[in-house]
Design a protein around this ligand. Structure first.
Ligand code: NAD
Length: 411
């Protein structure tokens, strides 16, 4: 099942549990606006090349739309649509005054030079500048983009609209980025994990963790788990997978990855088959890379007791059912990885106020938001007698539906 079908199915199940009126259910599924633009740039050798860029703005009932921009060869309108919808529910679960959006350009960023990436980002911004803005739609980094990409968007946007740091988040600190933003998603994943484990009378210390993906989210989550006494027994990235049953030395592994660009040849672990990572024996499995990695082929072999969805949409609905029947507890993406957008919200607030918080304040506020959202989800689970995914979906969908109805929606 593709990402859009799966997300829409979760939404519909939540709408049914909430007893949503059919008209509002239909209106919440339809995106507010879908933008498709052609971005033509000269390559460094002078030839012209064209890329297709998308921005899907899903819903703005609760505030400006918010979501990342992804540069990836497999960016397609259906997936961007699904991810935009997920952002609407995610910002509502975290109780941020935002709606949801997502964007992307179908390209392979590692095959483009820095100056080609800059030209592509500027052309994309020129094409969408009048449809994004501080109070309309606020992009952020996602896979294949980073703080530098946001700096180029900020610069290009400001040529049309004047200096506007709050138009994007995830910026470099020197241009109004927030302290703590880079590590925020991984930190939020660990706060979410702690909240779940506490419910089950457990803590991070002494438990075993397996992490797929060692990029921004996976590597920060690994570092915080390691600091708190968790044993990270296996990790993987695009280059391969390594394991150590006694726990990997994560700070040493981060340094090794920085020095060599790969997880392989790390002296503190053994190389393992990446296909076996997700079915490795552990207490907690944290997919932190791609969507759809847990599916009907591998779900019945998963041996973890808890799954924390740090990636977006890592579990497809068939796997969800198989895992639930096995008693595996899944913390859903629209809560588990909300730390990034929460600190993006703090960045936007700081930009609008022209003020900078210290990192301790950012991290303390993030902790407060993640704990509050977990309690709100648990309350929905109790009210609707449902699992954590439906608890999160009913929480998010209910908040957006209430805002929509309060605003009035007669044309
Ligand atoms: P990233 O590009 O920094 O890292 C992705 C990691 O996945 C890399 O280590 C890469 O090598 C690895 N990877 C790619 N293909 C793989 C494969 N086949 N097997 C194993 N590993 C593979 O991206 P990120 O920002 O860490 O995002 C990871 C996931 O988290 C995505 O699903 C993203 O949408 C989601 N997410 C990110 C943020 C954020 O703030 N960065 C926020 C919310 C959700």
């Amino acid at each position: 099942m593709n990402a859009l079908a799966a997300t829409s199915r979760n939404f519909r199940n939540a709408a049914r549990l909430l007893g949503l009126d059919a008209k509002i259910e239909k209106s919440l599924l339809i995106p507010f606006r879908e933008i498709k633009v052609e971005c033509t740039i000269p390559k460094d050798d002078g030839t012209l090349v064209s890329y297709v860029g998308f921005r899907v703005q899903h819903d703005n009932a609760r505030g400006p739309m918010k979501g990342g921009i992804r540069y990836h060869p497999e960016v397609d309108p259906d997936e961007v649509n699904a991810l935009a919808q997920l952002m609407t529910w995610k910002t509502a679960v975290a109780d941020l005054p935002y709606g949801g959006a997502k964007g992307g350009i179908g390209c392979t960023p590692r095959e483009l030079s820095k100056s080609e990436l800059e030209r592509l980002t500027r052309v994309f911004t020129q094409k969408i500048h009048d449809l994004i803005g501080i109070h309309t739609d606020v992009p952020a980094p996602d896979m294949g983009t980073n703080a530098q990409t946001m700096a180029w968007i900020l610069d290009e946007y400001s040529k049309f609209h004047g200096h506007s740091p709050a138009v994007v988040t995830g910026k470099p600190i020197d241009l109004g980025g927030s302290l703590g933003r880079e590590a925020a998603t991984g930190r939020g994943v660990v706060f979410a994990t702690e909240a779940l484990l506490a419910e089950h009378g457990k803590s991070v210390k002494g438990l075993t963790f397996v992490i797929q993906g060692f990029g921004n989210v996976g590597s920060w989550a690994a570092q915080f788990l390691h600091e708190k006494g968790g044993k990270v027994v296996a990790v993987s990235d695009i280059t391969g997978a390594i394991s150590n049953p006694n726990g990997l030395d994560i700070p040493a592994l981060v340094k090794h990855k920085e020095d060599t660009g790969s997880l392989l040849n790390f002296s503190g672990g053994d190389v393992m088959n990446p296909n076996e990572l997700l079915i490795q024996e552990c207490d907690v499995l944290i997919p932190s890379a791609l969507g759809g990695v847990l599916n009907r082929e591998n779900a019945s072999s998963v041996r973890a007791k808890f799954i924390i969805e740090a990636a977006n949409h890592p579990t497809d609905p068939e796997a969800d059912e198989i895992l639930s029947k096995k008693g595996v507890i899944i913390l859903p993406d629209i809560y588990a990885n909300a730390g990034g957008v929460t600190v993006s919200y703090f960045e936007w607030v700081q930009n609008i106020q022209g003020f900078m918080w210290d990192e301790e304040k950012v991290n303390n506020e993030l902790h407060r938001y993640m704990n509050k959202a977990f309690q709100d989800i648990k309350n929905m689970c109790k009210t609707h007698d449902c699992n954590l995914r439906m608890g999160a979906f009913t929480l998010g969908v209910n908040r957006v539906a209430r805002a929509t109805l309060l605003r009035g929606w007669e044309a």
